[in-house]
Design a protein around this ligand. Structure first.
Ligand code: NAD
Length: 480
């Protein structure tokens, strides 16, 4: 029986291994993590990751062929295939701070695998699979760490084969994407080796052969960064257009429709994907992957290419700052002492994740301009909201208010910002919201979810990203 172990029980390791266990009942899958609370949560009824369909998948195989454990060494020693799915955040300090990936967790996991080698049965090889998003040629570093440990241990060189199998799923649709992926990419030094075939055979339990793409190692590693970079670039492109739309009276939704119906842009009948203007992209991966790509270009002396990718991130920062400046400018140039409701803190609907969320940056911007910010998100609790906004609060010594619903957040507010496209924000009783707000009552729609015409009839002054501007805003400067 093939045994699989995945190091890292996070957003990627948990769901991807649960689906693998579901589809391969004859394979034993263990997901391990150094974080005991994370493992406890995976073993409880309240999973640490919110993904539609995940509970059912985990329930179907936990205790059958799926185990969550904090005993990392035990399961790594025992496994034939070891996935490494640990976090690779951007470095906070030192060389490349703010741009380069921090590979400390990845290296600690590599050392765990290497140490396990010396305790594995002699002659029993392992396939080590990178699932984390890593810089190109990280697999080479993994090979070196493994080689350094196995020499003289009786396991023998060549006992390991390192593969790259990046994860492309989207948070919020992870289970659907894992069950029916557009493609599975498996990179190896030699695509004809047994290791590539062995991993492809695992996926072949549920993924059609023509969707399993085998490549060289470096191509697979780069494919992940490239996919993120192209998605981020698309969002920044449409957001750059949204600024021009506001200045000229064009409507960015019309532009997206007109442009997305061109098969060369929209492709595959999904023309509108990633063509919706908004307050900016977020989430744990996009910004980091683009900066990693730029950093890699820089490292190879490709300065113009690096600058190109950095601009994708710069436009995202511009879009968030532009939104805050719009709020301030519209509210007569100052938000000091005014209550502003923020609806939505996660970076997109369907997730519980606030990492790199534009809404957090907007809160910080408003707080630092002296606003009293009241936050409501249907899935984010008070502790998380306070943690996310803490840095700005310390600077201005003002705490955010945490509301139990949208009406409480808006009560007594001068302005209301919609920053996540949760469905419930489309269907609020905006008459009730209006009645509770100060006059003039402003709505700033950062996700184009409200019906601006209807809200204007109620009496709101409405700003919507990339849309023709409200008469009130016409005379106002676009920046404070
Ligand atoms: P995460 O932070 O949710 O989970 C990583 C887990 O690894 C943590 O629970 C941590 O405790 C554990 N860990 C770290 N070092 C360890 C070690 N030495 N031994 C055992 N456990 C260890 O991260 P994530 O979102 O699952 O991302 C994992 C990787 O996948 C990252 O490189 C990320 O960029 C990439 N990725 C993420 C997404 C996404 O949507 N979140 C999508 C595709 C790819």
């Amino acid at each position: 029986m093939v045994k699989i172990c995945c190091i890292g029980a996070g957003y990627v390791g948990g769901p991807s291994m649960a689906v693998m266990a579901l589809k391969c009942p004859a394979i034993e899958v263990a997901v391990v993590d150094v974080s005991r609370p994370r493992i406890d949560a995976w073993n409880s009824d309240r999973l640490p990751v919110l993904e539609p369909g995940l509970d059912a998948v985990v329930r179907a195989c936990r205790g059958r062929n799926l185990t969550f454990s904090a005993d990392v060494d035990l399961h790594v020693v025992d496994a034939d295939i070891v996935f490494v799915s640990v976090n690779t955040p951007t470095k906070a300090r030192g060389l490349g701070a703010g741009r380069a990936p921090d590979l400390a967790y990845w290296e600690s996991a590599a050392r765990v695998v290497a140490a396990a080698a010396s305790r594995s049965r002699p002659g029993r090889g392992k396939i080590v699979v990178e699932k984390s998003a890593v810089p190109v040629r990280t697999a080479e570093a993994m090979e070196r760490i493994l080689q350094a440990h196995v020499t003289g241990s009786g396991v023998g060189g060549g006992a390991f084969q390192v593969l790259s199998n990046p994860e492309f799923f989207s948070e919020g649709t992870a289970v659907r994407d894992l069950l029916c992926p557009d493609r599975v990419v498996i990179g190896g030094r030699d695509t004809d080796t047994g290791a590539v075939r062995a991993l492809a055979d695992v996926y072949a339990h549920w993924v059609p052969e023509d969707r399993i793409v085998t490549t060289g190692l470096w191509s697979a590693e780069l494919a992940k960064l490239a996919a993120s970079a192209l998605l981020a670039q698309r969002v920044s492109s449409v957001n750059a257009l949204s600024a021009l739309c506001e200045a000229t009276g064009a409507d960015v939704s019309d532009i997206a429709r007109a442009v997305g119906s061109d098969g060369r842009v929209g492709g595959g009948g999904c023309g509108r994907w990633f063509l919706d203007a908004g307050v900016g992209f977020g989430g744990p991966s996009l910004r980091r992957d683009v900066l990693n790509l730029a950093y890699a270009c820089e490292g190879h002396g490709l300065h113009e290419a690096a600058e190109y990718w950095r601009q994708v991130v710069a436009v995202n920062e511009y879009q968030k700052g532009r939104f805050v400046r719009r709020v301030v400018a519209s509210m007569l140039g100052t938000v000091a002492g005014k209550k502003v409701a923020v609806l939505g803190l996660v970076f997109k609907k369907g997730v519980r994740d606030t990492r790199e969320s534009p809404a957090v940056d907007v809160c910080r911007g408003l707080l630092s301009d002296g606003a009293r910010v009241s936050v409501y998100d249907p899935v984010v609790g008070e502790t998380q909201i306070r943690m996310d906004t803490a840095a700005a609060e310390v600077e201005v010594e003002v705490e955010v208010e945490v509301a139990r619903d949208a009406y409480e957040a808006a009560d007594g507010a001068h302005g209301l910002c919609v920053l996540t496209e949760w469905d419930e924000f489309r269907t609020l009783d905006y008459h009730r919201v209006f009645d509770g707000m100060m006059r003039p009552a402003f709505v700033f729609d950062g996700r184009n979810v409200v019906d601006a015409g209807e809200l204007r009839e109620i009496g709101f002054v409405v700003y919507a990203v990339g849309k023709p501007q409200d008469a009130w805003l016409n005379g106002m400067p676009a920046v404070a």
